[in-house]
Each structure stands twice: as structure tokens, then as C-alpha cells.
Design a protein around this ligand. Sequence first.
Ligand code: FAD
Length: 489
Amino acid sequence: MSGFQKLFSDVALWTWRRSRWIHRRGVAAFSSCKPKVCVVGSGPAGFYTAQHLMKARRDVEVDIYERLPVPFGLVRFGVAPDHPEVKNVINTFTQTAKHARCSFYGNVNVGKDVSVQELQQAYHAVILSYGAEGNRRLGIPGEDLADVYSAKDFVGWYNGLPSCRELSPDLSCETAVILGQGNVALDVARILLSPTDILKKTDIAQPALEALMESKIRRVLIVGRRGPMQVACTIKELREMVKLPGARAEMLPSDFEGVPEALPGLPRPRKRLTELLLKAALELPTKEEQERRSKASRSWGLRFFRSPVLVLPNSDGTGTAAVRLAVNKLEGSGEAARAVLTDEVEDVTCGLVISSVGYKSVLIDPSVPFDSGKAIVPNKLGRVQQAPGLYCSGWLKTGPTGVIATTMNNSFDTARSLLEDVDSGKLDMSAAKPGAQSIRTLLEKRGVKPVTFSDWEKIDSVEMKRGESVGKPREKLLTVENMLEEAWA
Ligand code: FAD
């Protein structure tokens, strides 16, 4: 070995030993007690963060607090009932919840029943994963008329969210307009137009199924500010619309000017999506498809380059008659293209308007830093800024974008940040923490009884049995009272 090689190998060995020493010292000096971590919210973010923490360290204990008596967040209350395969993640979440080092406390509204500060006193770290339960408004006159709903509430209604049980939308009109062209908009359009013979085999809430059986809606227009090359949905959801039994696509060929020419230069996923759009809008259908379309009694269409400016009331002012759309032109191109209003407007007659312009997170506790402009908790890699020991994951961390897989990755990142802070001593681990023991006492004093995971399993089994008797995978309980009754029966 040359002198240089020896020096190099000595340095490498020293560096390795020192890093082991720092690591061990870090763990020994700062983690003399078991890390007790609390997660707020039991959607994908909460469960994936908990899963990663427990997998990475054998001594971490995680308690999950959830506002509702039932877990899984938008997997239960957002994902469309005709997408049962997406809900399979519940199996993984269930394994996490049943892990010896994990506990679930449902029916605990953090910010109301217990404060974030109280949780911080009881745990070494608190991870906020309570999603995006607010709703972006359109900000146009007429938005609060009857027959105008947010997609968030409409989705909650057909998915059995207790707070949306009373929605009872009037589906007696012929045309519905959905404002927004993301996947949620397409979910809503599909549910409005799907044959109820398909829906009745899903876990759709019974009142919604009954209303859809009586629905007179035959046409759904899905309106977006920009053009076909900026549409925000994904190919799977668009394909489902194109193939929807009993429905045909009706697009405006003029919306697609210049699109075939631009197609070769588009990046891959965008190109595939645009090809499918072009096929639905411009291509001559095969004979078989022609036949299918001619038999279809319902239609749907994407309307591009349009921004809502006003919802017009009907003659007696009790409901909606039409939505006024401004015609836009695009400035720039590609994903960054901007919609700019022109002077041209058009009125679309409709009796139902659903605004699908996005969810947004809300502040649940005044002690938590919150960026109200972005509607997120300000954070760096999941570490809440200026709040040691406080972390965030999921839609609360990033804003309401991405699918469950995206949420999983950002939750794993937050878990990694927390573990790094344990190892480096950044997280104060000098004293043991009481965890759920002290929180349970607080809750008891306040008359709040948590729902455990085995309580949830009782609700689960009641729902499955109710579903079985009507040929559905599950018949959801629709009120918190009913859920609690079954949990504690
Ligand atoms: P959430 O799932 O919203 O979970 C947050 C949890 O926190 C909830 O259980 C809530 O009750 C709880 N909570 C709220 N406030 C409090 C409080 N104060 N105290 C305690 N707990 C509280 N992704 C897919 O991959 N496939 C799909 O088909 C799909 N469909 C979707 C359909 C819709 C309509 C929507 C909106 C989203 C869909 N997504 C889909 C995206 C997916 O649902 C999200 O990526 C994911 O749910 C975000 O997870 P989260 O944990 O951040 O939020």
C-alpha cells in the first residue's frame, strides 16, 4: 500500500468510525427514552407516516388521532365508489393500525377536544396530517345560489360523509355544469352519468344512489379555463369517461385547432392524454363505436377556454338557470400557458353547477403556523417552520395535489426528517413522555370518548353485513351517532 493509499484508508476508517460514534452517541444521548409520536389525521398521510416511522425504528410508538369515528380519510370519503381497487390501500393501513406499537383514537377532534400544544406536551413529536378539508371558492356572483355545490360536498354526499348527508341535490334538470377539469371533476361527471345498475353494486351512499336513480340529468359539461393541452385530469379517468356505458362524448372541434399539429412535440404522458382527447373529439368512430354512441342516451363534453363569471338565478330566484362563461384566449404555450379573458361571453343553460376548483387546508389550532395564502402549514421537508417537534405530511404539507402514491412519498419524507432529528439530537428526547396516557385523561375530563381501532372494526363489520344484504360491498353508516352506537354496542 502506498503512503497515499494508507493515508486515504486511515481517513476513511476514521470518518466511518466517527460517524458510527456520532450516530450511537446521538441515539444514546438523545434517545434515552422511546420516541413517542402522535399523528393527527388517519388518511393516507397519517398512516404512511406512521408506517415508515415504525418500520425504520423498533422503539417508536405512534398514536393516531382522528376527528371521525372511522379511519382512512379520503380513501373512504373521496375516492369514487366505482374505484374499489384504489381502496385496497386500506389493507396496508389496517396492518399499521394493528401494529403493537400503534394505537388509533377516533372521534377526537384535534383543535377542539385537545389542542396541538397539549399533544406536544404529551409526545416528543406531533405530525399534522389532517388533509385539506376546506374548499376553494369560485369568487363569482351567484356562487351561493341553491343548485350550486362544491365538488367536495357533492363527493362527500355520494360517499356518505356525515357532514354532507343533508345535501340532497336537485337532479331534476337536464344539464349539469362542472367547473374544473381535474380528476375530481371527472369522478363527479362519471357518477352523475353512470348507469345506476353499475353504481348499485358499489359502496355509494344509499340516499345518493336513490337520488341518482331518479336523476333526469342527461348532459354534463366539464368546463376548463385553458385548452386541451393543459387539461388537468389523468388518462385513466379520461378513458373511463370515453368508455362510459350509455354515454357519448360531445366536444367542440373548434377547441382543438392546432392541437394535432402540436402533438408530436408534447412530452410523453401529456401526448397520450391529448391523443385520447383528439380521438374522442375529432376521429371518425369505428362502426361499433358509432353504434354505441347512437344508442347512448346521455352525453358529456369537455369545454375549453371558458371561465365562469356569474351563476344566473332562475325566474323565482330559488335556484340556478344558467352559468355565464367568459371566453378565454391563451397566452404562452404548454403547461405554463395562461388563460386571459376576452370580451366574449356565453350563457349555458343548466340546473346544477358543481365547482371543482380545488380543496384547501384549514387552520385547526391557532398555535400552529399557517400560510393562509398557500393554505398549507409552512414547512421544510415536513418540519414545520419555527415549531420544533412539529411536523406535517400529506395534503396539509403540499397542498391538495397528487394521488395516494404521491401522498405516500411525501409522508415517507416527513418520517425521514423526524428520524434524522431524533438521531441528530435536534428533537428533544431528554425526558420520557406520557403519550396517550395523559391525553386520555384530558379527554375523559372533557367528556370525549375515543373510538379504538377494534371499535372501528365493529363499525366495519356492521357496514359490510348491511352491504351484503343488498349486494353492495358495504353500506356505510351515515351519521356520527350511528357510528358511535355500533362502535360501543
Ligand atoms: P385525507 O385523506 O383528507 O386525510 C385527512 C384525515 O384527517 C381525515 O381522516 C380527516 O377526518 C382527519 N382530520 C381532519 N381534521 C382533523 C382534526 N381536526 N383532528 C383529527 N383529525 C382530523 N388518489 C388516488 O390515488 N386515487 C383516486 O382514485 C383518488 N380519488 C380521489 C377523489 C377525490 C374526490 C379526492 C379529493 C382525492 C382523491 N385522491 C385519489 C387523492 C387522495 O385521496 C389524496 O392523495 C389523499 O387522501 C391525501 O391524504 P391526506 O392524508 O393528506 O388527507
